[in-house]
Design a protein around this ligand. Structure first.
Ligand SMILES: Nc1ncnc2c1ncn2[C@@H]1O[C@H](COP(=O)(O)OP(=O)(O)OP(=O)(O)O)[C@@H](O)[C@H]1O
Length: 256
């Protein structure tokens, strides 16, 4: 049975005060079940990054609740919070955030060292094979292409088998070929290792790898699309995503 992984309940996040208030999140609610691959789309300023920041606890919401497997994350003890940030959640940044003077393998293994997770040779190998980075494990970030850096960053984010992987525009700094490769790999990890992924993207092509898309506007969900099962093609899903974008933004694929 698929369980509820994440529940977002009437979440609000306001910036500023009174006459100068920005309601970045305005009572957004949704649920993520085990092994879902969710894309979050919306125009600039619609609240996407604020949402990920609240889920990652980088930012405190103004109101509402976030539950991880039924547990309110705002009620976590210091130890639980540490565990949540370090083990239960993985984060993939647009700009990789690898440490320059460490090799790809050392970067990937960093969470295990920080969280005393013991030896992870097998897990490293498994992820390296899946993400096609076996040959570059001994190299430093300056010796890697953008695509290789992001796949190494993905391996690091997934090393400890997090409950949820948060990704904010993970293809934003990649060319289209590397973006496609990363998305193929993330979708393999989602399917084969049941990784639950929540990803912000502006790109309909990138979003077409997801199983569900939430469209956000003014801090709430105004539309969602679910990939049809058993087998809607990526092209068909892409066409439906573009249709929603066109309806909302006047026909341009770049409006969201
Ligand atoms: N630290 C902050 N202080 C004040 N206002 C903020 C802050 N962070 C975000 N905002 C405002 O909150 C709203 C939502 O911002 P957010 O970064 O979540 O949007 P986004 O959908 O991720 O946009 P983009 O696609 O451009 O990255 C915007 O109006 C933004 O100006």
């Amino acid at each position: 049975m698929t369980g509820k992984k994440l529940e977002i309940e009437s979440l609000t996040k306001y910036y500023g005060k009174k006459e100068n208030i920005t309601k970045a999140l305005n009572g957004i609610s949704f649920q993520v079940v085990d092994s879902e691959f969710i894309g979050i789309m919306g125009s600039s300023g619609s609240g996407k990054t604020t949402l990920l920041n609240c889920i990652s606890t980088a930012s405190n919401p103004t109101g509402g609740r976030i539950l991880l497997k039924g547990q309110d994350i705002s009620k976590f003890t210091r130890k639980e919070l540490e565990n949540y940030r370090g083990r239960q959640m993985g984060y993939l940044f647009q700009n990789f955030e690898l440490i320059d003077n460490m090799t790809a393998a050392e970067n990937i293994l960093l969470p295990a060292a920080i969280h005393n997770a013991g030896r992870m040779k097998h897990r490293l190998k498994e992820l390296a094979v899946c993400l096609d980075i076996e040959d570059i494990l001994g190299k430093f970030p300056s010796e890697l292409s953008g695509g290789q850096k992001q796949r190494a960053a993905a391996a690091r984010a997934l090393l400890l088998n997090p409950e949820i992987l948060l990704a904010d525009e993970p293809t934003g700094a990649l060319d289209s070929k590397n973006a496609r490769l990363l998305m193929q790999k993330l979708s393999d990890l989602n399917r084969e290792q049941k990784a639950t992924i929540l990803m912000v993207t502006h790109d309909a092509n990138v979003a077409s790898y997801c199983s569900r898309i939430l469209f956000i506007q003014d801090g709430v969900i105004f539309h969602q699309l679910r990939k049809r099962v058993p087998a809607e093609s990526r092209q068909e899903f892409y066409d439906r995503i573009i249709a929603v974008m066109a309806q909302l933004g006047g026909g341009s694929a770049n409006v969201l």
